[in-house]
Design a protein around this ligand. Structure first.
Ligand code: GLU
Length: 261
């Protein structure tokens, strides 16, 4: 399924690159579209506390959302003018290419495969994959999953990293992290495998599950864009926000306010 989506995007991408070459002058940049529209539209998670979620008043909140607001401020001044659109791990690339959104800020790691069809900003955070297990579980590492079952969220890097990594591992997929967590609680599998940053939220609010301390991957989070020259100006603007807000300590402060290390 994921491969099919990637293949479709690759086709679209080659088609678009071709168009650009024929008529480069007429390619409108994403940045100029955003400025004309008077609003930047950003895809964020609603199931990835504390990076992207809905607070108790139903407002978008989290570190990724705050970064989106800083980007809005850079483009439009204090008023921001950001519209957030919910995305999941499996539909975020599709939403970008269907032009529902201008960029994705959704716990998304830079990977070689993704870089073939997407452009990325500089990284703004580094997470690592780990395991969420039931509190009484004997599982202590990835290897202990041998012959057992693991839960992943479709479209995430753990879907890729688990394939072939553990012998006789059964893999069950869900669309959202909430569904994955509930399935673990119901005993449908032995662990949820994903980024520590997302899984720790569940371990903090529910003592019947725990996050294993060992990380077994590096997940550099970055903002994702449609691949191509039309994204260049926007990527430059976003990279400027990331470097300025890192230098002035603002991003660190926001991380702290969400309890993220
Ligand atoms: N960072 C990983 C990824 O990009 C896992 C988190 C997610 O599902 O977004 O796939």
């Amino acid at each position: 399924m994921y491969k099919k989506i990637i293949a479709t995007f690759l086709l679209i991408m080659f088609f678009c690159v071709g168009c650009g070459k024929q008529d480069e002058e007429s390619v409108e940049t994403t940045l100029s579209q955003i400025m004309k529209r008077g609003q930047v539209v950003i895809g964020v998670k609603t199931d990835a506390y504390p990076f992207g979620y809905l607070d108790k008043n139903g407002n978008y909140a989290g570190y990724d959302v705050e970064l989106g607001k800083l980007i809005g401020k850079k483009l439009f001044g204090a008023g921001g003018r950001v519209k957030f659109v919910p995305v999941t791990s499996s539909n975020r690339i599709m939403k970008l290419y269907s032009e529902d959104i201008d960029m994705v800020i959704a716990t998304m790691s830079i990977t070689k495969n993704r870089a073939q069809i997407l452009d990325f900003s500089n990284p703004y955070y580094v997470a690592g994959q780990s395991l969420l297990v039931r509190a009484n579980s004997p599982i202590k590492s990835l290897r202990d999953l041998k012959g057992r079952k693991a839960i992943i969220v479709f479209g995430s890097t753990s879907e890729q990293s688990l394939r072939g990594a553990v012998q006789n591992l059964g893999i069950i997929g869900y669309r959202t992290y909430g569904e994955a967590y509930r399935a673990l609680k119901q005993g449908k599998a032995d662990a949820v495998v994903s980024d520590d940053t997302i899984l720790v939220g569940y371990a903090l609010k529910d003592r019947s599950v725990k996050l294993l301390p060992k990380r077994f991957s590096k997940e550099p989070y970055a903002v994702a864009f449609r691949k191509g020259p039309e994204s260049e100006g926007l990527i430059h603007a976003v990279n400027t926000v990331i470097s300025e807000e890192t230098r002035n300590g603002n991003l660190r402060k926001i991380l702290k306010s969400y309890g993220i290390k």
